[in-house]
Design a protein around this ligand. Structure first.
Ligand code: GAR
Length: 205
């Protein structure tokens, strides 16, 4: 199986995914890193790892659909089977989602459906919740919305700062996102409506 990781920023999740592919935890080929921002540090990480990159900017296209159509053409040319969003800050239209139904994974730094959006950690901290966490889910055409694959929660300490919370969230992301991707590759995620069932690992004989 071949997959693409979509990024917009730093790429700490991308780095964890690169390492999980190298170690064999994710048994699929990371064939492309796509960015919608030229300056994304994630692009540097991809180049250092020798992974092909592609950067297309939304502003160069007249409509969301013409932008998405161009991305799809490139993905299909490369035989990309599934997509992993790792800090990619755009929501796809139904046109794009229909091309990869339940084949686009996303990570979000809160316990969805709370604190959707681009500032999940800051919003969580400001709101003062006592428990937070990370969600891995299938992406659909609404922001941070599709069926939930996995969530991991933890308590927010009294002495927590925004910086310490960010670090803890990122640690959890780097731990669970590669696991969820590995399960997807092993075809252990069964989606029915909003529910995702995790099938047991086939027993090795
Ligand atoms: C991650 O915390 C991810 O959960 C978040 O962007 C960050 C990207 O970090 N995604 C969202 O907020 C999606 N709504 P990274 O570029 O270092 O992987």
């Amino acid at each position: 199986m071949k997959f693409a990781v979509f990024v917009s920023g730093n790429g700490s999740n991308l780095q964890a995914i690169i390492e999980a592919v190298k170690s064999g935890e994710i048994k699929a080929e990371l064939a492309l890193v796509f960015s919608d921002r030229r300056k994304a540090y994630a692009l540097k990480r991809a180049k250092e790892a020798g992974i092909p990159t592609l950067c297309l900017l939304r502003k160069d296209y007249a409509t969301p659909q013409s932008y998405e159509r161009d991305i799809i053409i490139q993905l299909k040319e490369m035989d990309i089977d599934f997509i992993v969003l790792a800090g990619f800050m755009k929501v796809f239209t139904p046109f794009f989602i229909k091309k990869y139904p339940n084949q686009i994974l996303n990570v979000h730094p809160s316990l969805l459906p709370s604190f959707k959006g681009a500032r999940g950690i800051k919003d969580t901290f400001t709101y003062g919740v006592k428990v937070t966490g990370v969600t891995i889910h299938f992406a659909d055409d609404k922001m941070d919305h599709g069926p939930i694959i996995m969530q991991e929660s933890f308590r927010i300490a009294e002495r927590e700062t925004l910086e310490s919370l960010e670090e803890r969230v990122h640690q959890v992301e780097r731990k669970i996102y590669p696991k969820a991707i590995a399960m997807f590759v092993e075809k252990r995620l069964k989606v029915s409506g909003r529910r995702v069932k995790i099938l047991e690992k086939p027993v090795k004989k």
